[in-house]
Design a protein around this ligand. Structure first.
Ligand SMILES: C[S@@+](CC[C@H](N)C(=O)[O-])C[C@H]1O[C@@H](n2cnc3c(N)ncnc32)[C@H](O)[C@@H]1O
Length: 211
């Protein structure tokens, strides 16, 4: 994926990023070796800092993959907190389950296997923090579900919102068009205050300021 900031700046950010302990670095290596699309240490740290800053105790993640970002999030929780993470591929959820055990967060994590569009409506809200990192074609459909499950004062954080910078171009791919629509809808929602952080592939941080 081409970067959206100068390569040397990307390298600088990555060089200073916190990679966590040996268990988390193990999942990072598994991600690189197996070509899993994990968020990486700089964004993982950002998720952790944001969740911990608002003292999130109920976190929802959409798109578990092998449990990399999930571990960063689960480690931001208090001892009695919970991460609910949704993954539609059962074999991938199994890998994540093993990784959550390795990183010592399994007790705080519940994996829901299924499509986020079907699972989220039946989850008990509200959540303090939601991280959206599913298939981009579902971004627009999942947005109202995320906002409705978020408490006032909670954060909705979304990955890949700049899609290698192509959302800003006049001619967009289908995926870039969907992400652009997601960004526009989120920015125009009177309940939300949003900022896009040009980290990695673009991360938006949206505060639910009112109901
Ligand atoms: C980009 S990866 C998530 C990476 C993960 N957040 C991390 O950084 O460690 C997206 C994951 O979401 C799953 N996924 C995609 N669309 C989904 C959907 N609509 N519902 C549930 N899972 C989905 C994919 O199978 C994949 O494992």
């Amino acid at each position: 994926m081409p970067g959206i900031v100068f390569d040397e700046i990307e390298r600088y950010i990555d060089d200073l990023a916190n990679h966590g302990d040996a268990a988390l670095r193990g999942i990072e290596k598994q991600g690189h070796d197996g070509d899993w699309p994990i968020v990486g240490p700089a964004e993982g740290s950002l998720l952790h800092v944001l969740a911990r800053s608002i003292r999130a105790s109920r976190i929802l993640e959409l798109g578990t993959a092998i449990g990399y970002s999930g571990t960063w999030l689960a480690r931001a929780l208090p001892a009695d907190g919970q991460l609910v993470t949704v993954e539609w591929t059962p074999e991938t959820a199994d890998i994540a389950r093993k990784n959550f055990a390795k990183t010592g967060v399994a007790k705080r994590v519940r994996i829901e296997v299924g499509s986020a569009l079907e699972v989220v409506p039946r989850l008990d809200g509200p959540f303090d923090f939601i991280f959206n990192d599913i298939d981009k074609q579902h971004y627009v459909s999942v947005l109202p579900l995320c906002i409705s499950k978020l408490r006032v004062g909670g954060l909705l954080v979304t990955d890949n919102v700049l899609w290698s910078g192509t959302v800003a171009q006049a001619r967009r791919s289908r995926e870039a068009e969907i992400i652009h629509e997601y960004n526009r809808k989120l920015a125009a929602d009177p309940r939300m205050i949003v900022s896009i952080v040009p980290l990695r592939d673009g991360v938006s941080v949206a505060l639910k300021a009112q109901d």
